[in-house]
Design a protein around this ligand. Structure first.
Ligand code: C2E
Ligand code: MG
Ligand code: MG
Length: 459
């Protein structure tokens, strides 16, 4: 400041406190690289750290591991206890995971319930396994969220460095593939990435793509396997078994694609197609029953009763001749709704059969709770007949159960005359298997029904 004469008077300054701006900027910087909920590194920072790790592994010729950690059924916690509880759980999980790691490791949160760990300076694979086990066990300890005690588990997929990817994106992708595998193998477990996992995943994706088109392109076909009334020595009904006639793959067995259809939800459409086709095909064969397999996934999704009612109305099939086969795995979850739907189906006149009896966890308790009309004894017990196993005793016991509960007993997978004789003597009502007839196309079935073979008559 100068006076009118031009002489220097001193300085005047203005000061602004920009602490808050700086802080805001720092916070913005922080948030661009961190997760707001847990303050852990986010995907951006994880990518940087991964690049550093990749460079370091190459430079120092050491190993590192990328672990994708995902909580199992986190959605259930969110849905039942609310998002606040979900957030609290995530924060606590983050703390526990952090406590498992060393200073030089990185823990990032990359999604709702997804964390990624970079384990550096790894001596051997055993060290990675050890960390994975520790992570699984700390997550399994109960969490106290407000007044609730919450139990969760985690699944882990692991990619190793060097080897499982030279760029960060690839590494994460491969760890994710391994995570998928861990999840599908029962959760609460970890899996290392293997090269053919990727190949298998690609093959599965291709199968899924093709299956979507199969219905439209009319590549699906039904085979029918006769079921024999052992007393009368005649065909009592047929079971519809789906086949996929793929232009390049040839005939694909349901064992190879029903699982894919179930995982992708395609089973709903496929199941409706099978029922509609079968009712149309068998409608004219007035003196036999029609059995159709229902997938557990269809039952879990609901809408079975409506589907059956619609298709019966549409095709004019007599519901008294319809039987639905279900395996017991169906009923493990959400049994009440499934039971109600099955009762509905029974009210229409159809019957329910328990398929593959004896192969699941709690066949007997299901017999008690579900309105079954028939038990199909699994092939494995029939195979045992005449051998040293307990097949014979089990078959007799199941026939006894059927008698006292008023259920029909059908034996699956009968391949020899000896098995057939035993079943007849044991009082088994019905049998199905290669001994009598293999599954066959409709045209062949028509011939088979017109000219019953000699094997049908009582042995
Ligand atoms: P499942 O319902 O227990 O069907 C019996 C399976 O045993 C059929 O295999 C049949 O071909 C086979 N089989 C019959 N007799 C014998 C025998 O004497 N010896 C031997 N070794 N096998 C015999 P397939 O057709 O490969 O079907 C396998 C499974 O796929 C079925 O088991 C069923 O659970 C499922 N499936 C088939 N079609 C459908 C469908 O349309 N929908 C649903 N959801 N599942 C289906
Ligand atoms: Mg069946
Ligand atoms: Mg079966």
């Amino acid at each position: 400041v100068v006076d009118p004469a031009g002489a220097f008077q001193g300085f005047r300054g203005t000061a602004t406190d920009i602490t808050r701006e700086l802080e805001a900027e720092r916070r913005a910087q922080f948030l661009s690289r961190h997760d707001a909920l847990t303050s852990l590194p986010n995907r951006n920072m994880l990518a940087e750290r991964l690049d550093e790790t990749i460079a370091q592994v190459a430079r120092r010729r050491e190993m590192a591991a990328v672990l994708c950690v995902d909580l199992d059924r986190f959605k259930d916690v969110n849905d039942t206890l609310g998002h606040g509880a979900g957030d609290a759980l995530i924060r606590q999980v983050a703390e526990r995971l952090e406590a498992c790691l060393r200073e030089t490791d990185t823990l990032a949160r990359v999604g709702g319930d997804e964390f990624v760990v970079i384990q550096t300076a790894v001596q051997d694979v055993a060290a990675v396994e050890l960390l994975a086990r520790r992570i699984l066990s700390v997550v399994e300890m109960p969490f106290d969220i407000g007044v609730e005690r919450v139990l969760v588990t985690a699944s882990i997929g692991i990619a190793m460095l060097p080897g499982d990817g030279a760029i960060s994106g690839r590494l994460l992708q491969n760890a994710d593939i391994a995570l998928d595998r861990a999840k599908s193998e029962g959760r609460s477990t970890f899996r290392f990435f293997e090269r053919d996992m990727d190949a298998r995943l690609q093959a599965r994706k291709a199968l899924e793509r093709d299956l979507r088109l199969a219905i439209v392109r009319q590549e699906l076909e039904l085979f029918y396997q006769p079921k024999i009334d052992l007393k009368k020595g005649r065909v009592s009904g047929v079971e519809a078994l789906v086949r996929w006639n793929h232009p390049e793959r040839g005939m694909v067995s349901p064992a190879d694609f029903i699982g894919v259809a179930e995982e992708t939800g395609l089973i709903v459409e496929l199941g409706a197609w099978v029922l509609r086709r079968a009712c149309t095909d068998i409608r004219g064969h007035r003196d036999i029953e029609l059995a159709v397999n229902l997938s557990p996934v269809q039952l879990k999704r609901g809408g079975i009763a409506e589907m059956v009612a619609d298709i019966i109305a549409e095709t004019g099939f007599d519901p008294d001749r319809l039987e639905l086969e279900i395996t017991e795995s169906v009923m493990i979850e959400g049994a009440e709704a499934a039971i109600a739907e099955l009762r509905h189906v029974k009210d229409m006149g159809a019957r329910i059969a328990m398929d593959d009896f004896g192969t699941g966890y709690s066949s007997l308790s299901y017999l008690n709770r579900f309105p079954f009309d028939k038990i199909k004894i699994d092939r494995s017990f029939v195979m045992d007949l005449g051998k040293r196993g307990n097949g014979a005793a089990i078959v007799k016991a199941v026939v006894g159960i059927g008698e006292s509960l008023g259920m029909t007993i059908c034996a699956e997978g009968v391949e020899t005359i000896e098995q057939r004789r035993f079943l007849e003597q044991a009082g088994c009502h019905e049998a199905q298997g290669y001994y009598f007839a293999k599954p066959m196309p409709l045209a062949q079935l028509t011939g088979f029904l017109a000219e019953p073979t000699t094997v049908l008559a009582p042995a």
